[in-house]
Design a protein around this ligand. Structure first.
Ligand code: NAD
Length: 395
């Protein structure tokens, strides 16, 4: 079939298998071009199909020749209906990994559930024995608690007062004012239940209790801080409360792993266009200004450049360069004073009229469509493509 993008706001309902394959291939080529990383050899990535998790899986496999197990939650293809991008990415990743002689298996299902944890532990036992590195890269709006069955929904709201600022519809370039009402009732607790550290700890407890972590095993989860411009809705909002919880959980997990010399870290990553970040008000406008400035300075990075640098320079590079709160900072270039000062200056004047000039709206939009395999350079979108793609390890 001929597959075209069908967008609804910040989501795209279709995905292109050949475009997704090309995206994965480009990321593999980037990692390979940067040379070998002396990293972990047996890696579990939770949230492995898109964004930072996919980049982590690719960096481990193609940077360190690692065997990888990926856990993800995506819609498979069906006759006449495309799978989701993460599904096609996973199929492409496995195909390329197997071609390179690397072990790669994937589990599609709800990582928050006991069932998927059980399935993953059994696969590790059967195939790999123990894991050296666990990457925790879930981004989800909901979580059903595995013990109580309660379904929590996260919200993106400020805490304590109404937040008003500019935002952009990145499809049209229309800049408008939005006001977001503050969190109420259980909003904060619910968001912490979804995006905080409880599930990360559950994974690590389960792995450790069944002796599936090697000596000195490491685990890393991803966080975000960002500038004062987005602070009220991000870092000091409900999602920020969840990130505070996630960051605090790193210390609890490190304590739990003491007997095997294991360590848990949080890496604070750069703001990037992913399915998760497109959903957050104000962030797309910030990103389009940030991209413009970072590209002009020659310091722009995507997910793969971020994770390749995280691995090669920090995690396995001998210098974690932790901040005062014990976090790895791979958002260092985003947070540079000169970069932030220029974004703040542009923010003041940003409008529908000038955004395509002062911001990188085109780059934002291209990155957004790229997430779903569209507008990828070198792909002929008029060609007939088979929407039915199998995940090799699930055959
Ligand atoms: P993403 O939406 O691209 O990826 C999320 C992944 O989680 C996908 O593989 C998806 O399949 C998986 N997933 C979601 N729900 C799941 C479930 N119930 N069970 C199994 N898998 C599930 O998101 P991302 O932007 O790469 O975010 C990953 C992490 O990085 C998040 O913690 C996010 O806060 C953090 N982060 C993102 C940014 C950014 O700008 N995008 C910046 C810094 C940190």
């Amino acid at each position: 079939m001929i597959i075209e993008p069908r967008t609804r706001g910040f989501i795209c309902l279709t995905a292109h298998p050949t475009g997704c394959d090309e995206n994965v291939k480009k990321q593999i080529e980037y990692v390979t071009s940067k040379g070998a990383i002396k990293g972990a050899k047996k890696v579990l990535v939770i949230g492995s199909s898109t964004g930072f998790g996919l980049a982590s899986r690719i960096s481990s496999a193609f940077g360190s020749d690692a065997a990888t197990i990926g856990v993800y939650f995506d819609k498979p293809s069906a006759p006449g209906k495309t799978g989701s991008a993460g599904y096609y990415n996973t199929a492409a990743f496995e195909k390329h990994a197997h071609k390179a002689g690397l072990y790669a298996k994937s589990i599609n299902g709800d990582a928050f559930s006991n069932e998927i944890k059980r399935k993953t532990l059994d696969l590790i036992k059967e195939d790999l024995g123990q894991i050296d590195l666990v990457i925790y890269s879930l981004a989800s709006p909901v979580r059903t608690h595995p013990d109580t069955g309660v379904r929590y929904k996260s919200v993106l709201k400020p805490i304590g007062g109404v937040f008003s600022n500019k935002t952009v519809d990145f499809h049209t370039g229309n800049v408008s004012e939005i006001s977001i009402n503050p969190a109420e009732g259980e909003d904060i607790a619910n968001t912490v239940a979804v995006m905080g550290g409880e599930d990360w700890k559950m994974w690590m407890d389960a792995l450790k209790s069944e002796n599936l972590l090697s000596e000195n095993a490491t685990t890393v989860a991803y966080s975000y801080i960002g500038p004062s411009l987005t602070e009220a809705v991000y870092r000091k909002g409900t999602i920020g409360a969840a990130k505070d919880h996630l960051e605090a959980t790193a210390f609890t997990i490190t304590d739990d792993l003491k007997s095997i010399g294991g360590k848990a870290y949080v890496s604070v990553n750069k703001a990037l266009v992913t399915q998760a970040s497109s959903a957050i008000p104000v962030i797309p406008l910030y990103i389009s200004l940030l991209y413009k400035i970072m590209k002009a300075k020659g310091i722009h990075e995507g997910c793969i450049e971020q994770i390749q640098r995280l691995y090669s320079e920090r995690l396995f590079g001998g210098d974690l360069a932790l901040d005062e709160k014990g976090r790895i900072r791979i958002d260092d270039w985003e947070m540079r004073e000169d970069v932030q000062a220029e974004v703040a200056e542009l923010w003041k004047t940003a409008s529908s009229e000038n955004l395509s000039e002062i911001g990188d709206l085109e780059g934002y939009s291209k990155d957004f469509f790229n997430l779903f395999g569209f507008k990828v350079d070198g792909i002929n979108y008029d060609a007939d493509v088979n929407e039915m793609v199998a995940i090799p390890s699930e055959k």
